[in-house]
Design a binder for this molecule. Structure first.
Ligand code: FAD
Ligand code: SF4
Ligand code: SF4
Length: 554
């Protein structure tokens, strides 16, 4: 018997750090790490001590004997990674962060994964380091709450560790506070030695083709935000009354959208938004066509996402790719990416040979160019062509473009509009001349762009915090002109409705109780007025009339 890493792995490498047998790979000091879709356990070396299970934040590690049915395949996936793998690099001594005993007050803007990893690294750096954790929404956790699909509840378990950071005595939480509009970067620096921007890159990108502004055409951010109950997208009207839906792009977000559109009504035990659950239960969608621009050897989804499609009950995956037999993984420099690509091609080839049996289908089309979205007052079709075929129109009532995400500028902070990121070097924000801006740092998607899973943000945040601590040690961070403790008063004087940790816990407790009483993980609140009222920052408003008729339990 050995232990096995499975689908929910978010690559934060916590397990590798505690494994006494050095059998979890690739480790962060291995060049394969950044190219790996997940980590793997070498069954030949695992000594079954279960130390990794204890620390995994998303419950991704199981004993081989106790693998749930839909995860059984992961035993060989772990095993096979080590076949032909290059010898792992000699373990490097762990980087030691500068430990400081000086007072250091840091504002972390953005309470998503990268903000939490930055906060944790800062708290580790010394007993007099304090963190003001700020987010524009009334609830923390960024895309873990508003992006990760409802059927990935294990992945959302990473928030248990983040919640411990919120509870840390040296963390002060400021939710419902938007930096750049309600409080300026200069205000933050007046009360803190430094500011770490971890604001993410969650604005949906459009393909920029004719018709992509028609009603019925959405960016991934809109549809994902809608089914995940992001307050900004709760009122999006998603038409589900056509038997065919089209998804443009074939990355992991695209496959999340596919699962929800086809099987969202079965997610009634999860934290899917009430309004989405209700709409999906009347959905007429029977097939989703996924359009990939390049061939199957370049499919952007991960192997584990493809495997998850294969386990959708009552749904066939139909692979359209005439040249699949000849496809071979693009030459890869790294064993980890080559391994994942080979697995994907093998499964795609096997899927292509099957005869469909169900009336619900996912069509994976490759090497298909999308020329435009057609329709008069709303989406009616998508104009496409594939190599060697005549251009055609796929009839549909909804198109979801999963072609990437962009960062949004924060007023008062440098921004690169072409890359839609905050420009930086080694975690330090730089001005248009490339010079570091005193006291400003950046991490996560707004630093690297929208790629990488939750755990990828850990090393990214640690690099940023190392730079910050180094600058502090060299006296480059001036004392703030105002006491840090006065920051809360400053917000109050500006009539900013800040929600603190206790306020958030009231929202959290309400959502969990509502969920428990209906057999669900949680029932999310999506109305900002209701949330701030529950948190105790504003009077309770009259109940808002919402598009859902699901009743709140008393
Ligand atoms: C649809 C989707 C599904 C995903 N699924 C998975 C998955 O299953 N597993 C996995 O490992 N990874 C997944 N990821 C990737 C993962 O979510 C990201 O790696 C991670 O969330 C990036 O973290 P971040 O902190 O940089 O940004 P975010 O998570 O976006 O957090 C940024 C935070 O900053 C706040 N903010 C923004 N602007 C301001 C401002 N001006 N003032 C104050 N606060 C502000 C936002 O409200 C937000 O809370 C998914 C991503 C997407 C888009
Ligand atoms: S069970 Fe123990 S030896 Fe096996 S992978 Fe986990 S930590 Fe390593
Ligand atoms: S999520 Fe982290 S701790 Fe869990 S298996 Fe993946 S790398 Fe290991």
């Amino acid at each position: 018997m050995a232990f096995v890493i499975t689908q929910a792995c978010c690559s934060d490498a916590t397990c590798a750090a505690v494994c006494p047998a050095d059998c979890i790979h690739p480790t962060p000091d291995d060049p394969n790490f950044l190219h790996a879709e997940m980590l793997y356990i070498d069954p030949a070396r695992c000594i079954d001590c279960a130390a990794c299970v204890e620390v995994c934040p998303v419950d991704a590690i199981h004993s081989e004997d106790e693998l749930p049915l839909d995860l059984k395949g992961y035993a060989s996936i772990n095993h096979d990674y080590f076949t032909g793998a290059p010898p792992p690099p000699v373990a490097q001594p762990k980087s030691t962060r500068t430990v400081t005993t000086d007072r250091l007050a840091v504002a972390v803007v953005g309470a998503g994964p990268s903000g939490f990893y930055a906060a944790a690294a800062l708290l580790d750096a010394g007993p007099n380091v304090t963190v003001s954790l700020i987010d524009r929404l009334p609830t923390p956790f960024g895309l873990v709450r508003a992006g990760v699909a409802p059927d990935h509840q294990d992945t959302k378990g990473v928030t248990r560790g983040f919640a411990m950071t919120v509870a840390h005595p040296r963390v002060n939480t400021f939710l419902n506070v938007e930096v750049g509009t309600e409080v300026s970067p200069a205000d933050l620096l007046a009360h803190h030695h430094a500011v770490v921007y971890a604001v993410g890159a969650a604005a949906g990108r459009r393909p920029g083709i004719p018709g992509d502004d028609l009603p019925g055409s959405f960016s991934a951010a809109e549809v994902v935000g809608w089914y995940n109950g992001h307050p900004e997208y709760a009122d999006v009207a998603v038409p589900l009354n056509h038997p065919t839906a089209v998804v443009v792009g074939n990355g992991n977000v695209a496959l999340d959208v596919v699962r929800v559109l086809l099987r969202g009504q079965r997610m009634d035990h999860t934290d899917i938004a009430d309004h989405a659950l209700e709409a999906l239960s009347d959905s007429e969608i029977r097939e989703v066509i996924v359009l990939g621009r390049r061939g199957p050897e370049h499919a952007a989804f991960s192997f584990s996402q493809l495997l998850a499609l294969d386990h959708l009950a009552g749904v066939d995956v139909v692979v359209h790719s005439p040249d699949l037999d000849d496809a071979s993984p693009a030459p890869e420099l790294h064993h980890a990416s080559e391994y994942a690509a080979k697995q994907k091609l093998a499964l795609l080839a096997e899927m292509a040979s099957r005869t469909p049996r169900h009336d619900r289908r996912i069509h994976l089309r490759f090497a298909t160019a999308v020329h435009g979205i057609v329709g008069v007052d709303a989406v009616q079709g998508v104009h496409v062509s594939s190599a060697g075929t005549e251009p055609s129109v796929i009839e549909t009532g909804i198109v979801v473009s999963c072609v990437g995400f962009d960062g949004r500028p924060v007023t008062g902070v440098a921004f690169d509009p072409a890359a839609t990121r905050i420009p930086s070097r080694g975690g330090r924000v730089v001005d248009p001349q490339g010079q570091p801006v005193t006291g400003q740092y950046v991490t996560g998607w707004i630093k690297r762009g929208p790629s990488g899973v939750i755990g990828t943000n850990k090393a990214c945040a640690e690099e940023t915090v190392d730079a910050l601590l180094d600058d502090h040690r060299h006296g480059l961070l001036p004392e703030p002109s105002q006491p840090t403790a006065a920051f809360a008063n400053h917000l109050e004087h500006r009539s900013v409705n800040r929600i603190d940790r206790r306020g958030w816990l009231r929202i959290d407790d309400h959502e969990l109780r509502q969920g428990r009483s209906t057999g669900r993980t949680r029932r999310k609140l999506v109305d900002l007025g209701h949330m701030t009222a529950l948190a105790g920052t504003t009077p309770v408003p009259a109940p808002a009339v919402r598009s859902t008729n699901l009743k709140e339990n008393p």
